[in-house]
Write a protein that binds this ligand. Structure first.
Ligand code: SF4
Length: 435
């Protein structure tokens, strides 16, 4: 999606009935922290396939008057934002002014969106060449028959039933759909509980919150027999296979480390194929050490910040601290494993000078191998309000920050997905755009 823009695109607004229009009296802006700012023309790309647009009730878009150059509100309707598809990182949030009674927005990302001539545009970069979650790559008939075959193959496996009925057919989870197509990354949720209380948890939201979680949390503890039964055949037969503990439909997998450890040992008795990964909050370094000794290949630790106060204000951890997640990364490094952070990108905070310095320190201290630059799925006003962040300080720009980190750490990989073992051990830059 090479950018061919010769000028700033125009603001979008909705009529509150799901119909979206452009306002050609206003150039679009972007949001960083609490501020609306002009977006450099070269930062806009066509809205990638699989992206969608949201109308933002109770919010007015902010634009730049094409005549006066003044910044002002679009009074023609509600503001509009984009949910950009996986493999892309948003550089600016949607810029809007909320009215006092504006409802809290659900847990999705709200990237700036605009229009020019015949296209929707977003300020974003493609950060990952791997095509595993391209929406054009999913065939519903193939998925449906995969579900029937595997449910028949594992009639008593509660986890395969959960992956089929909930993850694949209800939540349309890309990882679960890939599992039922027999390829790439297979999700293995295992924990009904969590030892953190993230403000924007996608699998559990307290009753008193006005928003709901995107999916329900797993309601049972799978046995290692259930886990091994379907993961071994996947590792033996799928192209570029990996199995990943720690999914959006569960709590914290490290609370199930004994079951996971037993599963890894049993899996490796049957196959050495592929990679065994854990997506985690990284809270229990001793459990991580036990998993590494059992054969864990890679870890992805999720974080909204490389700064202890910002991290702990969001995760609200029970009986662990920021230092533990840093230690978990070091433990996997020391066992020769692959380490990533699942870095929730919030323009204005992620690219603040303080955050940049903290991230440099984290990369140096842990020997981190990869940053997965993920869009933060949260209402920007709600997040900053709940975090009591009223001044984000000076910021570099997300794109500029990525460039600086890349220059200083050229071997540090940028992406969006957990790499298969072929990438970890082989030619990382090999062509994964065409599996
Ligand atoms: S670590 Fe994950 S499951 Fe736990 S509260 Fe945070 S988002 Fe939810």
């Amino acid at each position: 999606m090479t950018n061919i823009l010769s000028q700033s695109p125009y603001v979008l607004y909705s009529n509150g009935k799901g119909e979206i229009f452009e306002d050609t009296t206003l150039y679009a802006t972007g949001r960083t922290g609490w501020d609306a700012v002009p977006v450099p023309v070269e930062d806009w790309i066509g809205l990638p396939e699989g992206g969608s647009l949201y109308e933002l009730p109770g919010r007015k878009g902010i634009g730049i008057d094409v005549q006066t150059g003044e910044m002002r509100l679009c009074d023609k309707g509600w503001a509009v934002a984009a949910f950009i598809p996986p493999a892309h990182t948003g550089l600016y949030l949607a810029a809007f002014e909320s009215q006092p009674d504006a409802p809290v927005l659900p847990l999705f990302c709200y990237t700036a969106a605009a229009w020019f001539e015949d296209r929707f545009y977003v300020p974003a970069v493609r950060i990952e060449q791997d095509i595993r979650q391209e929406c054009s790559g999913y065939d519903d008939t193939q998925i449906q028959s995969g579900v029937e075959v595997l449910l028949h193959a594992y009639p008593h496996n509660r986890l395969v039933k959960h992956l089929a009925e909930n993850c694949c057919l209800t939540y349309h989870c890309p990882a679960a759909r890939n599992y039922f197509i027999g390829r790439w990354e297979c999700p293995v949720p295992s924990s009904p509980a969590c030892n953190a209380n993230c403000i924007g948890c996608i699998s559990f939201q307290p009753q008193e919150e006005s928003i709901t979680s995107n999916q329900d949390r797993l309601m049972f503890k799978p046995t290692s027999e259930e886990i091994v039964e379907f993961t071994v055949p996947h590792l033996q037969t799928a192209p570029y296979p990996l199995v990943s503990f720690g999914q959006g439909c569960e709590g914290e997998p490290l609370l199930m480390w004994e079951t996971i450890r037993k599963s890894i040992i049993e899996i490796r008795k049957h196959t050495l194929n592929g990679s065994i990964n854990i997506n985690t909050n990284g809270s229990k370094p001793d459990a991580v050490r036990a998993l590494c000794e059992a054969g864990l290949n890679s870890i992805r630790v999720s974080t909204n910040s490389a700064r202890k106060p910002i991290y702990e204000a969001y995760y609200r951890p029970n009986n662990y601290a920021f230092e533990d997640i840093v230690e978990s990364l070091k433990v996997v490094r020391d066992h020769g494993g692959w380490t990533s952070i699942n870095h929730f990108v919030f323009p204005g905070i992620t690219d603040s000078v303080e955050e940049y310095e903290a991230l440099r320190k984290l990369v140096r201290e842990t020997g981190l191998r990869m940053i997965q630059w993920r869009n933060f799925n949260i209402d920007p006003d709600w997040y900053m309000g709940r975090m009591s962040i009223y001044d984000t300080g000076e910021s570099l720009g997300v794109k500029q920050m990525m460039l600086l980190i890349h220059e200083e750490f050229p071997d540090l990989k940028f992406g969006y997905y957990n790499p298969p073992i072929e990438r970890i051990n082989g030619n990382y830059e090999a062509d994964f755009a065409h599996y």
